[in-house]
Design a protein around this ligand. Structure first.
Ligand code: DAH
Length: 342
């Protein structure tokens, strides 16, 4: 026991004399005294050689020695100013950790692409509110109260005031722009829209549209067709085939839907095009004179065309995505696949 006590005293002396002057030494110190094979552990191991009646006294001395060694370590460590000391350990020539860059959402990418095509034709971007009143979403667009066509779009109404709703299409922006009374108008209106639909691979309660509107003197259906031909060829390439089918929208007359040849099967027939070889991508038509009049535009002098398309649908066709829900789930494995060029 005498022998052990003098050893401990010598170690304490050594600890006292140790200069706190560098992190490399600190680590050496830690390993020598406090490591799993260090001196403190070894001294505790001597306990078994101490006679039973002295164990208590020796135990107290050991504990005190251990605290002494630990206290030195802690105060030494705390005395470091930080960066200066750290530079000793860090190789400043190593490359940094890679930063994970985010990517644009595929819906934003396709929206930007659509906008840039129409910009080249002289269209500018207009936006409007997502919480809208009945007039701008329905009535002004020739959908008066109780009009059966309102059932085409399942609407979310606001509890506080049933005159307010979440817009069901971006056509509300058409109305707001026409009401400003500045002609001619040549705009595209991108935005989010809402419909009370059960969420599935093919439907969601919100999605995105781009609306287009061109109003001036002498605008004709031929202008509409030519504009949309250009658009589709820019977006999908020169090989895609296009066809117009007569359709019905309350706010246009005549109205049409535009189909493109199915990109997945090249028109041969598959389950995306339901074996027809064609997929519908947008609705369009000549703005109904009543809509012009509702917005105080002289329908004898001005004519115009309008069109509206779903961005999700176009993105799904372009990138062969088969489930609409992927767009809103924020799964990075999905989102990382789209790299931004726009
Ligand atoms: N608003 C229509 C919809 O949400 C899309 C649409 C069709 C917009 C024809 C138009 C149009 O401007 O002329 O289904």
């Amino acid at each position: 026991m005498e022998n052990l006590l003098s050893q401990i005293a010598a170690y304490k002396q050594e600890i006292e004399n140790t200069q706190a002057n560098g992190s490399a030494n600190l680590e050496e110190y830690r390993i020598r005294f406090l490591g799993t094979k260090g001196i403190v552990k070894a001294m505790f191991g001597e306990m078994k050689n101490v006679p039973a009646e002295q164990k208590k006294e020796f135990g107290a001395i050991l504990n005190e020695f251990k605290q002494f060694a630990e206290a030195k370590y802690e105060s030494w460590k705390a005395s470091f100013s930080g960066p200066d000391e750290l530079t000793n350990e860090i190789d400043l020539t190593l490359p940094g950790d890679p930063m994970n860059l985010g990517s644009r959402h595929p819906i934003s990418l396709v929206r930007n692409e659509i906008i840039s095509i129409f910009r080249r034709l002289g269209f500018s971007v207009a936006e409007g509110p997502e919480v809208e009143d009945d007039w701008h979403n329905f009535t002004a667009l020739n959908l008066p109260e109780n009009h059966p066509a309102r059932d085409m779009q399942d609407t979310f109404y606001l509890n506080q005031n049933p005159d307010w709703l979440l817009r069901t299409h971006t056509s509300n922006v058409q109305v707001r722009e026409m009401e400003k009374g500045k002609l001619p108008i040549r705009i595209v209106c991108p935005g989010r829209v809402y419909r009370n639909e059960t969420i599935s691979a093919r439907a969601h309660c919100f999605f995105h549209q781009v609306e287009g509107l061109y109003i001036d003197e002498h605008v004709s259906f031929a202008d509409l067709k030519q504009t949309l031909y250009f658009f589709v060829q820019e977006l999908f390439g020169r090989d895609v085939k296009i066809r117009f089918r007569p359709s019905y929208f309350p706010f246009t007359e005549p109205s049409a839907e535009m189909d493109i040849s199915c990109l997945l099967c090249n028109g041969k027939g598959c389950n995306v095009c339901k074996n027809t070889g064609w997929v519908e991508i947008l609705g369009c038509g000549m703005v109904h004179p009543q809509v012009l009049e509702n917005c105080s535009i002289d329908s004898n002098k001005f004519t115009g065309f309008a069109f509206g398309m779903g961005i999700e649908r176009i993105t799904m066709l372009k990138h062969q995505i088969n489930d609409l829900r992927l767009f809103s789930e924020n799964d990075v494995r999905f989102l990382q696949q789209f790299t931004a060029s726009l």
